[in-house]
Design a protein around this ligand. Sequence first.
Ligand SMILES: [Zn+2]
Length: 388
Amino acid sequence: MSEHIWQRVNPEEVVELTRELVRIPSVTSCEGLEISHFVKSWLESHRLGATLVPAGEGRASVVCELGTGDPILLFNAHLDTKPIEGMTIDPFGGAVEHGRLYGRGSCDTKGAVAGMMLAARTLKEAGGPRQGRLRLVFEVGEEGREWAALQLWEEGWLRAQAAVVGEPSDGKIQIGNRGRIGGVVRTFGRSTHTATAEWGVNAIEKMCKLIDSFLHLPYRQSHDPVWGTPPLNFWKIESSGWEATVPYQCVAHFDTRIPPSIGPDEVIAQMKEAIESLGRTDPEFRADMPEEQLWPRLPAAAISSHHDLVLRAQEAYRAVAGTEPALGANPAMTMAHILITRGVPAIIFGPGEIVRAHTTDESVGIDELVLAARFYAALAEQMLGHGG
Ligand SMILES: [Zn+2]
C-alpha cells in the first residue's frame, strides 16, 4: 500500500472519466439530466451517496457527501459548458492527441469534476475521512447569467470551512477573484455640417481624450505579482453620427477588473475626477458617467496568501508535483467570489488554462488533469485524514 492516497489515483482513469463527461452534452441552460444522472450513478456505484438538487425543469446539480461533522471541505466545479457554435473540433468527441484531451468542457470544468470524483473515491477506499466531511457540489447553470449557485447557497450546500473551486487556474493556486466594474461614459459636442466643422464640437474627439485619460488613471499604474495590472477594456463605442455631420454625442462602454488593494468606489472616484479635470483644461469638454449604468460594481474577493487553506494547498501541490507552486489570482469571476464574500475561505485550482476555456478548440493537458486529481486527493487526505 502506498504511503499517500494521491499515489493511488490512476492517470488512465482520470482521462477516461473526463472523456465520458465530455461525451455527454451539457450546454448551459439546456443541460438536460443525462450528465447529472451519470455523475450520480458513478458516485453511487462506488458507494458514495449522491443527491440531485433540481435547478428548474429538467436539470439538476449533484451533491455528494462523505463523513460526518466538521470541518467540511468543499470541492466545487460545474457540469454545464459554453455553447458549441463555431467549434472547429468535435465538441463531444473527447479525442486524445499529443497529450491533450479535446472537447467542450474538457478544460472548463469537466476535467476538474472527474478529478474531484476520483479524489473522493480514493479517500473513501482508504477509509476516510477520519474527521469531518468531504462534500462535492457540481452545479448546472454556472456559465450563463443566472448564477444557479445562489440557490445552492440558500439551501446550505455551499457552507464549508474550506473550499476548492475547480476552474482552470493555469497551474497556479489562486487565492481569489478580481473585482469588476462595468459602465458607460458619454461625451457631448455640438453638431454642424462637416464643411463648417470648426464651428462644431466633435463628441468623438472628446471621447478619445476621455478614453486616453481613463487608460492612464492612477489605479491602472499598480502592478502586483499575484494580481497583475488592472485591465480596462472599452468594448463598444457609438456616436450620434450622420455622414457630413459633426457628432453631438458619443457613448462608450467599458469593463475593468480590480485587485483587492482598491475598491470600486475609489476607482469610480478616479474616473469622475478625470472627467472633471478634462473639463477644467478644455472649456468645450462635456461628459458624464451615468450612475445607474455602473454595473456590476463588485470589489475583489480574496483570502490571505498566508491563510491555512493556502498553506495546506501549497503543501499538497508540492507533494504531488514535486515543485514549488505559484500563487495567482483568477482574472475572471468564479464561484470563489460567491464563497469568499459569504465567509467561506476558497481557493481556485483546476486543470487547464483560462485562455483555452470557451474556445473553438477547447482542450486540456493530460498531465494537468492527472496533477489536479492527485492534488484534490492530497488536499482531502491532509485536511480530513483517512483510515489507512
Ligand atoms: Zn467555468
